[in-house]
Design a protein around this ligand. Structure first.
Ligand code: GBH
Length: 454
């Protein structure tokens, strides 16, 4: 056995996967009746995307679906996590649905199933129809009801064929990066708006769950949160308090309403006049029981009251994003979630790293060496295994991402893929990390088939 494979024992149902999102890979931004999304619009603003790029072509996945599905199948994963572009299937975010749009996702779902791979679908990975943004976007409570209609349509068309449906990917990112710091679409800068958006995202999640269950949707239902353990830069009381608040704003603000039906009182008080408008019944809707919780994990958070802390000087190894590589913090996070909330099945729905790869030509063609990424993934898989061994109900792990793609405000310069994309030709080349993950999964399958041989 390859000595670099982490030892990992999990229940037989544990799901191994790989993930992408619609805007980051599809391209075909104006094809077959697709409407404009807030990310299409945002990218056209000068200065907001590091390399001035956009999602018009991206990885051209829309036109390369069959060969991309073959790449996924070649990995031997159990599951593929992808998202649906709402404006592709409902250009205005309300009213008519676009048959050519939903047909694309039917091809994905059927193509996966034909290859023995479970479809894991996300309804909203950030690309809201621009037409809804023009009406106030997620800050407008009406968007909640439009999302529920969209969710019901997708479920009616696809739910019998998909294993799992997540409502939203990372509400914190949409709310805070999209509406408070404004570094992501739609580029709003208002804390009060951000908190109202977060509430509406949570509410739309809860109401969508209620509607899909009433419709008899067979898929397993949940949400995906970006969660990191947040710690203080020093043990000064100021830093400790600042870290506690940031944990409240980024972790408890989502976990408490979803699992306890309340917002954390300390954060509510801190927000003063920026707290959201909450109607009677909202909190009960938000806390509807879920079949699973998905989390995306990349790094930890460190907070100093003075803002003086920087990952660059932490002494920890960093990825190309400048994020610290701290797999032990993933175990710590999973244990804490299990301790502080009553969790359903828990999936790591995204985990991976941006690194510059080294492409070398060999007799067999291009070889893309990315030993840093192999090391990153191996250590994080081990971290999940360690949490599972300590009783956390781990149900799956997915690598971010299948292929290099549009990394939001960083454009195409940051590469997260286990498959290399040459943006000049759009050619795909599996990196060493792809080959490593494939071989690791083969070992896992052998262990599953014959546990005693392990
Ligand atoms: C995910 O977001 C997205 O779901 C995915 O689309 C994206 O491509 C992928 O990650 C990689 O970025 O910025 O120093 O404060 C992750 C968003 C990343 C937000 C880590 C919080 C904390 C580090 N999160 N970030 S820092």
């Amino acid at each position: 056995m390859n000595p670099t494979f982490p030892s990992f024992s999990s229940n037989p149902g544990f799901v191994w996967g790989v993930a992408t999102s619609a805007f980051q890979i599809e391209g075909a931004a104006q094809e077959d009746g697709k409407g404009e999304s807030i990310w299409d619009r945002f990218c056209r603003q000068p200065g907001v995307i590091a390399d001035g790029s956009n999602g018009d072509i991206a990885c051209d996945h829309y036109h390369r679906l069959e060969s991309d599905l073959d790449l996924i199948a070649g990995l031997g994963v159990d599951a593929y996590r992808f998202s649906i572009s709402w404006p592709r299937i409902q250009p205005d975010g309300q009213g008519a649905f676009n048959e050519q749009g939903i047909a694309f996702y039917e091809r994905i779902v059927d193509g996966l199933r034909a290859r023995g791979i479970k479809p894991y679908l996300t309804l909203n990975h950030w690309d809201l129809p621009q037409a809804l943004q023009d009406l106030g976007g997620w800050a407008n409570r009406e968007t909640v009801h439009r999302f529920v209609s969209y969710a019901r349509y997708v479920a009616a068309r696809l739910a019998g064929r998909v294993e799992s449906i997540a409502t939203h990917n990372e509400p914190w990112v949409m709310a805070v990066l999209g509406h408070e710091s404004g570094i992501f679409a739609p580029g709003v800068r208002s804390r009060a708006t951000a908190m109202q958006v977060a509430h509406h995202l949570l509410l739309s999640h809860g109401l969508a769950l209620r509607a899909l269950r009433a419709d008899g949707c067979g898929a397993r239902l949940g949400i995906v949160l970006n969660l990191s353990p947040i710690g203080p830069a020093t043990d000064s009381p100021e830093d400790v308090a600042a870290a506690r608040l940031e944990d409240g704003r980024s972790v408890r603000w989502y976990m408490d309403p979803l699992f306890l039906g309340t917002y954390p009182a300390d954060v509510w008080q801190h927000l003063g006049g920026d707290v959201p408008v909450v109607h009677d019944g909202d909190m009960q809707a938000i806390s509807a029981p879920m079949d699973f919780l998905g989390i995306n994990y990349y790094t930890r958070g460190v907070v100093s009251a003075s803002g003086a802390w920087s990952a660059q000087h932490s002494g920890k190894p960093l990825t190309d994003m400048g994020w610290e590589i701290v797999p032990e913090c993933l175990t710590e996070l999973l244990l804490r979630l299990h301790r502080d909330w009553k969790l359903p099945a828990l999936y790591v729905m995204e985990n991976g790293a941006a690194f510059a790869d080294e492409a070398i030509s060999t007799a067999e063609g291009l070889r893309v060496r990315d030993s840093d990424r192999v090391d990153y993934i191996a250590r994080h898989i081990a971290a999940v295994g360690s949490a599972a061994a300590q009783g956390v109900p781990m149900a799956g792990y997915m690598v971010w991402s299948l292929m290099d793609n549009f990394e939001w405000a960083s454009g195409y310069a940051k590469r997260f893929g286990i498959v290399h994309v040459d943006y000049a030709t759009l050619a795909r080349t599996p990196k060493d990390s792809y080959l490593w993950y494939r071989d690791f999964l083969q070992v896992q399958r052998n262990v599953r088939a014959d546990p005693l041989a392990a």
